[in-house]
Design a protein around this ligand. Structure first.
Ligand code: CO
Length: 152
């Protein structure tokens, strides 16, 4: 089911999200819906608070594949990259954000199993953007030259 994406101004986007403790059917349904929602909007990622659920779960949909990260945490962040970003919760805008160029994260999957992953370039950018959502941070807080984009 495609869920409604919460827009900037809604307080749920500014919450520090709670860790996921129940790896149950409700979590699976949420993650399935987040996948459907991010694909419907052709986004690179979506965080649970963006569909109104303030828990630490994100999806990332990039060249490297489709990923679900539950309770993700940075192990390290290296380097620097500067590039354009947008957000499904800030429709019709884009801005330039400097992010690490390479990151390592620890996370759980929907069953609660633990993994680590190293990502670079755009994949690393998408992870940084989505993990910020879990702490109530929007890319517009970090971006320079946030501007309107046509066709959205
Ligand atoms: Co976003």
């Amino acid at each position: 089911m495609i869920r409604e994406v919460v827009q900037v101004g809604d307080p749920v986007l500014r919450k520090a999200c709670e860790p996921v403790t129940r790896f149950d059917a409700k979590l699976c349904a949420l993650l399935d819906d987040m996948k459907e929602t991010v694909r419907a909007h052709e986004g690179a990622g979506l965080a649970a608070p963006q569909v109104g659920v303030p828990i630490r779960a994100v999806v990332v949909d990039v060249e490297e594949g489709f990923f679900e990260f539950i309770n993700p945490k940075f192990v390290w962040q290296k380097g620097e990259q500067t590039g354009a970003e947008g957000c499904l919760s800030v429709v019709g805008k884009a801005g330039t954000v400097t992010r690490p160029s390479k990151v390592k994260i620890l996370f759980q999957d929907r069953r609660g199993d633990k993994y680590s992953l190293v990502a670079r370039d755009f994949f690393a950018r998408a992870i940084c953007h989505e993990l910020d959502h879990l702490d109530g941070i929007l890319y517009t807080d970090k971006a320079v030259n946030v501007h309107s984009v046509e066709g959205e």
